[in-house]
Design a binder for this molecule. Sequence first.
Ligand code: 4AD
Ligand code: MG
Length: 435
Amino acid sequence: MSELEFLKAEELLKGDMVGQRVRTRGWIYRTRHKGKMVFTVIRDSSGIIQATLFKGDMEEEKEFEDAKKALVESSVEVEGILVEDARAPGGYEIQVRRFRVIHFAEPFPITKHQSEEFLMDKRHLWVRSRKLTEIAKIKHSVLKAAREWFDEHGFYEVTPPILTGSAAEGGATLFELKYFWQKAYLSQSAQLYLEALIFSLENVYSITPSFRAEKSRTRKHLTEFWHLEAEEAWTGLEGNMKIQEELTAHIAHRVAEWNGKQLEFLGREPRELLKIETPFPRYRYGEALEKLAEKGVELEWGDDFGAPEEKMLTEDEKLPIFITHWPKEAKAFYMRWDPEDTRVVLNNDMLAPEGYGEIFGASERETDVRHLIDRLEAEGASLENYQWYLDLRRYGSVQHSGFGMGVERVVAWLAKAEHIRDTIPFPRTINRVRP
Ligand code: 4AD
Ligand code: MG
């Protein structure tokens, strides 16, 4: 083999190097042979490129025999002349001169038409699929765009703990574990720790795994998901919502800009994402109940919305929507009561369009220590675990607000994924912790 630089498929498909000798490497995506020809397609992180071998053109005869033997997913280095060919994927192919098999793959277990269960068993191999690869690239952009937005708006990225002694989102979905001689939990949310950090850094955010022992098997629930959370000092409900919508629009625009190719493959028009403009519509919980009643769904005050209700509320909307001012009994102990209507709290959920469901949960936080104690006691929580949190209201308590965004849910929406499991390489659900 020569000393030529390895080029990615994407680079070669630009076509600037037509007529030149080029070199690439990757994995065999498709292969078939006929007489003195071997037709292969090589896959790398950037895409696929056709590489055709004609025995008479090969500089090493043995390599032609190796290419005939090499099965799908074998790793290879390929060198040859780049030519235009309208029939090839992307319009170009390599006419191969050298073909070095790095590793001869065993027969690949994943073939066409496999059950979802089988693909989950073989997830460590299925992550090589085009669909999961394109979605993974979109997820990378979502995280990068979010960091970019926070960085431009004066937020510090911080690193809260994952092992914790106090529940943020109630006991029902806690994963408990043995922590030497004590009990500990896997974090459901970094919120309580972010609240502690606003007293020094004022505006903070974190990107961490969060854990929920969700027994529900739906297309929106994971037991381990990536949580993007922010907390802002001196900020109320409306300021908090502005941050959420601006962040969401920024992420949608960046994904449209950076991931045109991926979106196209996944069936999402980048143009649709460029139309995500602020402000997003705002509805109070009470209004949402009325809207649902008009559509024939009678819910009681205090009821949560399930997937069908979320779908109904967003079916006539092009933008994500806010549902604000939820009944306090439906929401967490730390949410501030609305001084103008003590039946409700100063919070919002944000629902994605097209039935992708709740992508943000947010609120202004209660600042009064007495009030927090009352609410924790009413929930039967052990106050001992929360003393540190109550201290935050004892030393310079200020108005503050924050939110949590489900990264996989946002990716599912933007990438038009039918199931949340496609947005995380190794999904954790009620019946799966392997591979
Ligand atoms: O609405 P949640 O439970 O809010 C909190 O945890 C707050 N403490 C966040 C905060 O204010 N810092 O969760 C926030 C978001 C949800 O809107 C949803 O998008 C996502 O996290 N989420 C899940 N995503 C996937 N699987 C699950 N089981 C999820 N549970 C929540
Ligand atoms: Mg929520």
